[in-house]
Structure formats: C-alpha cells, structure tokens
Design a protein around this ligand. Structure first.
Ligand code: DGJ
Length: 749
C-alpha cells in the first residue's frame, strides 16, 4: 500500500493494483490508469489521447473534449457525457462549474463521515489522499478522498462539496465517484436485480452505446429491484480469470449506478445518491458529504473481486465486535406461528430449540401493543399483555434460563394508524397535506427527518433492551416511501427529504448499536429489500430473503455472494411445502443451502417429525463444527444454479480444508455424472474426502475434478449425511429433483 506524488501525478498502490491520476496543464484532474500494478518507472506516455475529431467546444481548448478520462467530471465545460456533480448557483441560476486542481493532502487514517456509515479505522494501517479541486469564481470546492488499506485491494472514494462563496447553492446531483475507463468498449456489466422473494439475481450483459442505469427511488431502501453495486467485466472474464471491477455504495437509500458508453468506446462508471428528486441546499460555509463508494479491481476474475469485497466488509465495515464472533444459530418463530402465539408457546418452542442445540430464540412480529395481525400497533413498543402476560423482560429471562439466548423483532421506522403513537402524534407520519397518504402493508412511515421522532424511537427501543435479557434484534422494515415530503422542512429543502430520512435512520442505528454493543442486530426489509454496505455497517448480518425455498435460495445466495460475505447472509431452514413457492424439498437440502449463510430455522418445532428433529440436531452440531470455516474462509463460486448444477465451496485460509456444496437442481432421464473442480487447494498437498471415499492431490481435485456419484449408495455415511439428499436408488436410472450434498475436504499430507 502506498500513495506517491510525482509532480502533478498521483499514484495509489494497493496490494496488487495501481490507480493513477494527474492534474494536466489546465488544472483538469485526469484519470490515467486503474488496473494491475505497473512496476515502478512507468512513463505513462501511453495514457489515453485527449482529442478526437468532432465538435469539441473550441479547438485551442481541446482538453474540454468528450474522450478525456476525468476523476470527477462536472456539467458545463468539460465533456458531453453525464458528470457526477451538478450545481446551480443561486445568484445567476446557471449550472456551470469549472473545477481546477488546487492542492492535496495525505493522512494515515480513514476519514470519518459524520452521521453516515463509513469505513472503520482498525489496527491495520490505511492511508487517505485528499485532492482539492475548486471553482474560485463560484466559491465552490470539492475534496476528493481516496482511502486504501494495508490488508486489502479496495479503494474507498467519496467527495466533500463546500460552498465557500457568499451566496447559497443548490446541489442537483453529487455522486460519490466516477471511473472513466478509456478506449475499449468490450466491457460487460453484471448487476443484481429482482423483487420481493427473488432478490439479487445476477444479470450479465454487454454494454451498448448510451447509458445503462440501475437505481432505487424507494426512498428508504436500496431496494430489491436493483442492488447498489455492479461489476464490469470483459467478455472473456470468468469466475477465475480476466478483468473485473467491482463497485458498491455504502448507502441504503435512493442510489444510482450508471455506465455510459460513448461513441468513442469510452466507458464512464458512476455511483452515488440517485439525482432523481434529489437536491441539497448549501448556505455559505456549509458542506455536503457524499456516501463512500468502494472500488476493487482484479485480473483474476469475478471471484477474486468478490472475495476482496467479502474481506473488506468483514475487516472494515461491520461492527468490529462481530468480526470474529460466531454468529448464533437461531430459531425464529415467524413462519412457525405468524401472529398466533402466546408466552406458553414461545417458551415451549425455545425449550425445543435449546434441546436441539440451537443457540438463540427469536420472537418475531406480534409481541407488542395490540398486534394480532398486520393492521395495528406499529409504534407501540411495549408488550402485548394478552400474549406475553408477564412482559418481555420476564419472558426473556425465562428463555435464557433454558440455556438459549433471546432475540426480539422490531420495526421502528413504521407507524400504524391504529396505534397509541398515531393517536398522540399523527403529525409524525409521512404525508403530504394535499393527499390521503398511501398505505403499504396497512402501515405508514415515520418522519425520521425529525429529531424528536428519532429520539422517541431510541427511547422506546432502548427501554425494552435495557429491561430485558436480549442478545439479538431483528430490525425489520416492510414498506417503501410514498408521499415524500416533510411538514417539518421548508419548501427549498423538500428534495433533501429522502437523504435526510436516511441520516435520521443512521443516527438512530448508530445510537442503539453503540449503546448496546453486545446485541447482534440483524437487518431485514421484507427480506432483502435493503441489503447493502450501508446497513452492514450497523447490522453484521441481513435477512437475505423471505423466500426460504432451498432451490430459489441457491440463486439468491449465489447473487448475494457477488459482493457480500457468507457471514452476512441470513439463511434459514423452513417447513414444507415452502410458504413462498409451495415446493417440497428434503430437510437435508434445506439445511445444506442454509448452511452457507448465518444458519437457523424458521418453523414450528412442535410440528416437525421425530426423524426430522434428529436430522436438525445433527445439522446444528455440524454447523457448529464448520461455522468458523464457513464464515472466515474464502468463498469460491463453482457452478451457477442457472446451469442446473449449483456448486460452491469455502476453503480455509491455509487451504487445509474445504467444504463443498453440490446440487443437481432438476433431474433428467439418464443424466450421467457431473464433474466438480475444486479451486483454492494446495496443488501438491494430499486431501481426503470421507463422504466420497476419495483421496487425491489438490491439483487433481482442481484440474481433473471430482465425478459426483451416480447413486446414493456410493456416498459414505458421515456427520454430513444430514445434508445429503442424493435421492437416486440403486439401479434406478431416473434421478429425483433436488439432489444435493455437502462434502468435506481435509488435507492429510
Ligand atoms: C417481514 C420479514 O421479512 C419477515 O421475516 C417477518 O419478520 C415479517 N416481516 C414480520 O412481519
């Protein structure tokens, strides 16, 4: 890791990569290079040309042209692509801006972004380069921040925009970064898209001329439609080979990720707060700080940038106390009981869970106010005394006495019309006085731009947390914003609403997670509607999807793993038929898929068969044994579920062991055996796989691959049999659907 300044050139070196920019003779900060490191002594004479034939604004100012690679392009005087900063001055009303390089500074720390989730300082060194650009005639300056880390290949970027003038300014857009990639259109984009119950499905497509953007306009969530991240790869890039650039935003609200390919084949990637319906008013002396964005490059394929992102999230983003802390195996009562429970039922489920070896019981929705369905009581964070007769404090202690931890569900950002809170504070609901506000799941959203609302929520949640024996909180959010405005904001600040909402939410989360550091917070938003780096700063794990169907989970977890580590992916075994898809899969397969996440159960323990209970016990035992490997190891995607063979593995950092999941999703007649090549082992080390009765060298496992057994009888009984749903019977050529297994590879020499 190093940052070097050579004249007006800036060279940022991460572990394997180099990022170069320079201020040219006109003061324009130009992007020169981002990719694999170039040995010291590079001339940089090969940088992208600055001119092309065509209608540049003026011949002798040809540097203002549409092929110049820039670091922070703005609208008006540089090029004809979309910039990342758009400012309207309140004196003349025009939107021209001319940012010229002024100065730089270096610091040995990561910058702290006040009030927003951001990268953490740790014991491991980091370095930040700040480059200041300014338009002195307008009185605007922009600090561009680049932070790098000793242990990582990522670069974290953000911008601070200052109004140094004497009049106010309006920010019309202020994105976190631009990355100009010159001269080659052979790039493809990978995004994660979906909807409720089918979140984060990968899509890969070649860039075409023009703009492709993904975004959220849902106000209070990064959304399950489009995750705030993307990958740029070459057509030839695979999991293990080729150029890959990952980009992801540390933000949970309205975002935009955009790629523009111009007709000179130059690519501009940008990411940040969605400019749609955004504006920020800056009085003289005020600043605006963009969220941070994370960039990562590798020439070793998509898997390599995913693993960099995983380790970055674990090392630099999540609350540090959870970095190495085992994630609790939990039982959640939601799909088991929905709203229909009382304290007797809860204690009985918790006892079952404790007997099964489960470590945490989570009481989900329905424990507060008068809540017996989803029509009432959000905002009334005190116990429903009809159901929980002795209160949450007493219940939590009764559960703890069984030898299992207790966790509780909240949905603090919401309010029901039928609630004591609404009767007292109807003005706290988000609504526009002109219209009847829209409902979503029979509920409304609280105006978190108001400090008194945030304070109320802090007090009501903190009171329960203080009075009870609580080890875990599930923080849910089940509707998006509509009727976006606040009666507490003046007209010229209404377009600040969604960002101010996020700042209010971050303030609330910051206070609660700092004051209760021993409590594990799991994020949730109708499943995975807010799965992003912003939320991971507070919640080290996030419920990935309400869809617990093992087959669809293969897709969801595959996509989620592009940017997010397994230790962050909330995954449970639920009952069959599955409540979202009605599919029947074996408890073994459900366990096997859930194992590659945080792991838990979400069913009524009083309704599972004695045989299944025995399997659950074995699964819990096995997960405890392999949990560290799964959460701290290196994850490799091997075969995309779309190919009908879903396969991935986790190997320990020293490569002495690995755990592989292999699933044939849908059967065929006479399907033949399939081959699994296991990456990331030591080529000349000898390994044993008990489940398959195989001994082989790492090179053989990686290059020849394992031919998976045709028949169930060819698989040996081990402690991992509880995850094996290889359903073929001896002599039966027609295999059943959803054949899956986990096998363990252990180094023996
Ligand atoms: C949506 C969540 O995703 C579910 O897991 C559950 O907590 C329900 N909300 C409760 O209302």
């Amino acid at each position: 890791m190093s940052i070097a300044i050579e004249g007006s050139r800036f060279l940022i070196r991460t572990q394997k990569n180099l990022y170069v920019m320079e201020a040219d003779e006109h003061g324009l900060l130009r992007h020169v290079y981002y990719g694999k490191d170039i040995p010291l002594g590079a001339t940089f004479e090969l940088k992208c040309p600055t001119t092309a034939f065509g209608e540049s604004p003026s011949k002798n100012r040809s540097y203002y042209h549409h092929i110049i690679a820039q670091e922070y392009p703005v609208y008006g005087r540089s090029d004809f692509r979309q910039g990342v900063l758009h400012v309207r001055n309140d004196v003349h009303g025009d939107t021209l801006l001319n940012l010229i390089y002024k100065s730089y500074s270096l610091s040995q720390k990561t910058p702290n972004i006040k009030g927003q989730p951001c990268v953490r300082n740790t014991n491991s060194p980091s370095e930040t380069l700040t480059i200041t650009l300014a338009d002195e005639s307008l009185g605007v300056s922009v600090d561009l921040l680049y932070t790098i880390f000793e242990e990582s290949d990522v670069i974290v970027r953000s911008a601070v925009i200052k109004n140094n003038g004497s009049a106010s300014l309006e920010l019309l857009s202020a994105l976190s970064l631009a990355l100009d990639i010159p001269a080659d259109k052979r790039w493809e984009m990978i995004t994660l898209n979906g909807a409720w119950a089918r979140e984060r499905k990968t899509e890969r497509f070649p860039l075409t001329y023009g703009i492709h953007a993904i975004s959220s306009t849902q106000g209070n969530s990064s959304s399950n439609f489009h995750n705030p991240a993307c990958l740029l790869v070459r057509p030839e890039t695979t999991e293990n080979y080729g150029d890959a650039i990952a980009c992801s935003l540390i933000y949970s609200g309205n975002h935009q990720t955009q790629v523009e390919l111009n007709t000179f084949d130059h690519v501009r990637l940008s990411i940040g707060i969605n400019p749609f319906d955004f504006q920020w008013h800056l009085e003289p002396g005020e600043i605006f700080q963009t969220p941070q964005a994370v960039l990562c490059y590798s020439d070793e394929g998509i898997g390599a940038v995913s693993r960099e992102m995983h380790s970055f999230v674990q090392q630099r983003l999540i609350p540090p106390q959870w970095k190495d802390h085992p994630r609790y195996i939990l039982l959640n009562n939601w799909e088991g009981t929905y709203f229909d429970f009382d304290d007797r039922k809860i204690v009985s489920m918790a006892k079952d869970a404790a007997d099964l070896g489960i470590e945490l019981f989570v009481l989900d929705d329905g424990w507060f106010g008068q809540r017996n369905d989803d029509k009432t009581s959000l905002g009334d964070w005190f116990p429903n005394m009809e159901k929980i007769k002795s209160g949450i404090g007493d219940l939590s202690r009764r559960v703890s006495a069984l030898g299992i931890k207790f966790g509780l569900w909240f949905e603090p950002e919401m309010i029901s019309e039928d609630s004591e809170l609404f009767r007292k504070h109807p003005e706290w609901r988000i609504e526009c006085p002109r219209y009847k506000p829209c409902q979503g799941r029979n509920q409304y959203v609280l105006d978190l731009t108001r400090e008194e609302v945030v304070d109320y929520l802090y007090d009501s949640v903190a009171t329960i947390l203080k009075d009870s024996d609580i080890s875990y909180v599930k923080w849910d959010k089940n509707r998006n914003l509509t009727d976006i405005m606040s009666i507490a904001l003046p007209p010229q600040r209404q377009k600040e609403f969604t960002h101010r909402y996020m700042l209010g939410l971050y303030r609330l989360l910051d206070r609660l997670t700092s004051d209760f550091p021993h409590i594990l917070f799991e994020g949730c938003a109708s499943g995975g509607n807010r799965f992003d780096l912003g939320m991971l700063y507070y919640h080290p794990q996030i419920w990935a999807s309400d869809n617990t169907d093992a087959v669809q989970r293969l897709d969801i977890q595959w996509g989620t793993s592009m940017f997010y580590p397994l230790a962050s992916i909330g995954s449970h075994v639920s009952a069959i038929p599955n409540h979202q898809t009605s599919r029947h899969t074996s408890i073994q397969l459900r366990g096997a898929v859930a194992m590659f996440g945080t792991f838990g159960y979400e069913l009524d323990t009083e309704k599972i068969s004695i045989e299944d209970k025995e399997i659950v016990k074995q699964q819990v035992k096995a997960f405890k044994k392999y949990r560290q490997l799964i959460h701290q190891g290196e994850f490799h995607r091997i075969s995309d579920p779309d190919t009908n063979i879903a396969c991935w593995n986790v190997s320990s950092l020293d490569k002495s062991e690995a755990l592989v999941l292999a699933v044939r999703v849908i059967t065929q007649g006479n399907p033949g055996s399939f081959n699994v090549r296991v990456p990331n082992l030591i080529p000349d080390a000898l390994y044993r796989i008990d489940e398959l009765g195989i001994t082989a060298y790492g090179a053989e496992l990686a290059q020849m691959g394992i031919w998976m057994p045709m028949l169930r009888s060819q698989i040996k009984e081990t402690e991992l049999s509880c995850f094996c749903s290889w359903t073929a019977k001896e002599g039966d050529p027609s295999f059943a659907d959803f054949s899956g297994m986990i096998f363990h590879i252990i180094r023996i020499k």
